[in-house]
Design a protein around this ligand. Structure first.
Ligand code: ACK
Length: 210
């Protein structure tokens, strides 16, 4: 057992570290996310709107590696320091996970503008839209496969000591092989301001917080 930046690390036991426990949030980002040179990224098109700016698809070509399709979340210009911290907080969380059913972080761009979060690309987008668009097209085996994937991702998060708090089909992404991955690690911050929320499992309309 040893101490690391005030956190206790147990050998062989990986647990999630809340980036808020770092005095300097930039230190957390650089501990858990790789810095990517902006020149390695090619933005191709805008695929949606995120909380902090546009979400784009594109390609990542790191030196000595194969070119990869990626999703790129950008932080809009004119952001406040808090917005930058919150935006990059998601990368500090995502970067701690390594599981086939959790969206994989490639890295971040913080040394040039726009600030970006680069993740693996999920061809079929968010699960709720995808299921609505393809209603009745899947076998029970395929649907159960999706559920098993989501459950495996959530079990991994739980084993890591992380509470997602916003499991919903719109926060699951699905790729061309119909593999489902848990995404959106941003909400915990919002709930943290509410002292009751952190300890309550609520069922509110169609949303459950785990
Ligand atoms: O349903 P969608 O196409 O899937 O629209 C939303 C949009 O960006 C805003 O969040 C899509 N999106 C987010 N992350 C990714 C990703 N890693 N791969 C592909 N699409 C993504 C999401």
């Amino acid at each position: 057992m040893h101490f690391h930046n005030g956190h206790i690390k147990l050998p062989g036991v990986r647990t999630y570290i809340d980036p808020h426990t770092y005095e300097d949030p930039n230190q957390a980002v650089h501990e858990f996310a790789k810095e990517i040179e902006a020149s390695c990224i090619t933005i191709e098109r805008v695929i949606g709107a995120g909380e902090f700016g546009e979400v784009c698809s594109g390609r990542l070509k790191l030196p000595g590696k194969r070119e990869l399709p990626v999703a790129i979340k950008t932080l809009k210009v004119g952001y406040t320091e808090k917005q930058r911290r919150d935006f990059l907080g998601e990368a500090s969380i995502m970067g701690q996970f390594d599981h086939p059913n959790i969206i994989h972080l490639e890295g971040v761009v913080t040394k040039s503008k726009p600030v970006m979060i680069v993740t693996e690309y999920m061809e079929n987008g968010s699960l709720d839209t995808f299921l609505k668009k393809n209603d009745g097209q899947f076998t029970v085996i395929q649907l159960v496969g999706m559920l098993r994937g989501i459950a495996a991702g959530m079990r991994y998060l739980s084993d890591m000591g992380y509470v997602h708090r916003d499991l919903a089909a719109r926060n699951i992404l699905i790729n061309s092989n119909l593999v489902c991955k848990v995404s959106d690690f941003g909400l915990s911050r919002v709930l943290e301001d509410d002292p009751e929320a952190a300890y309550t499992t609520r069922v509110r309309s169609n949303r459950m917080h785990f």
